[in-house]
Design a protein around this ligand. Structure first.
Ligand SMILES: [Fe+2]
Length: 281
């Protein structure tokens, strides 16, 4: 996509990656299979030492490593956690990540981490609150930053903007990139009754630098974004719909629960890589 956020920052599509999870520490660093890049949850590596540090260093020698956080709390009322941002900046530097990401949500209130990624009201007041915080984080870390569209199960009161417009206003005013979680779009569209393709059409796709593909669990009246199942056919098809409009984008297969064998995760990454190659042609 011409004049995109990625182009302006000299970021090339990296291919298909997987998450560095504890159960992969032993075997991943020496795998003979193709893995294009790795994503890490920085919270697992902020206090470095021992085996996690050794594994991370071995992986960073071989692959591009992208930190994808859950603790920045970019949208909450609490001030940014100075110590967290300092440690995050050091980690980004240590693995020499070309960019890093977190979620457009809040995750801390009154100094307490909520262990959840909670939705923000979609309105201009929140945009005005988030934008300077994103700019501050980018200045402190010194690398391009992406915000991910989270899944949510209730609309927060006080919303006046469509979700896609909210994402656009934050990303454009802060001049940051987007991490598009295609499974989150699918889950939200199902739970809130909207058309996922129309949602994609309304997004600033020229700012999408990374994609997440994950699985969810289906219950009678709700779909929960668990990252504990294979990517479903509808999400694969929505992924193709996005790529046909954006061009190839670095793609992660995201598992956080009931993590299968590394081989099974790599199989899904192979499938994503095949789609990326088709789109590049
Ligand atoms: Fe995600």
């Amino acid at each position: 996509m011409s004049n995109s956020y990625a182009q302006r920052h000299g970021l090339q599509p990296l291919g298909a990656g997987i998450g560095l999870r504890r159960s992969f520490y032993e075997t991943l660093p020496a795998t003979e299979r193709t893995v294009d890049w790795l994503e890490i949850i920085p919270e697992n590596f902020l206090a470095l030492g021992g085996r996690p540090q050794h594994t991370l260093d071995a992986c960073a020698e071989r692959w591009t490593v992208l930190p994808h956080g859950v603790g920045l709390n970019i949208g909450g009322p609490d001030p940014l956690d100075e110590e967290y941002v300092t440690r995050l900046a050091a980690l980004v530097e240590r693995v020499d990540a070309p960019f890093f990401s977190d979620h457009l949500c809040y995750s801390r209130l009154g100094g307490v981490y909520l262990h959840d990624l909670l939705p923000l009201p979609f309105n201009e007041e929140v945009v005005e609150h988030v934008v300077p915080r994103v700019r501050e984080v980018m200045a402190r870390v010194g690398r391009p930053f992406l915000l991910e569209n989270p899944s949510y199960y209730a609309n927060m009161p006080g919303g006046t903007l469509a979700e896609a417009d909210f994402l656009r206003h934050v990303a454009e005013q802060a001049d940051c990139g987007l991490l598009l979680d295609v499974n989150n779009i699918y889950v939200n569209a199902q739970n809130h009754g909207y058309d996922p393709r129309a949602f994609v059409d309304a997004l600033p796709l020229e700012r999408v630098v990374q994609i997440h593909l994950a699985g969810h669990d289906r219950y009678p009246d709700v779909i929960i974004d668990t990252h504990g199942a294979p990517v479903c056919d509808e999400v694969w098809s929505l992924y193709r719909y996005v790529l046909d409009r954006s061009g190839p984008v670095s793609t992660l297969i995201e598992w956080d629960q009931a993590i299968p064998s590394m081989e099974a995760v790599m199989d899904e990454a192979d499938r994503a890589r095949a789609v990326l190659r088709e789109v590049a042609r």
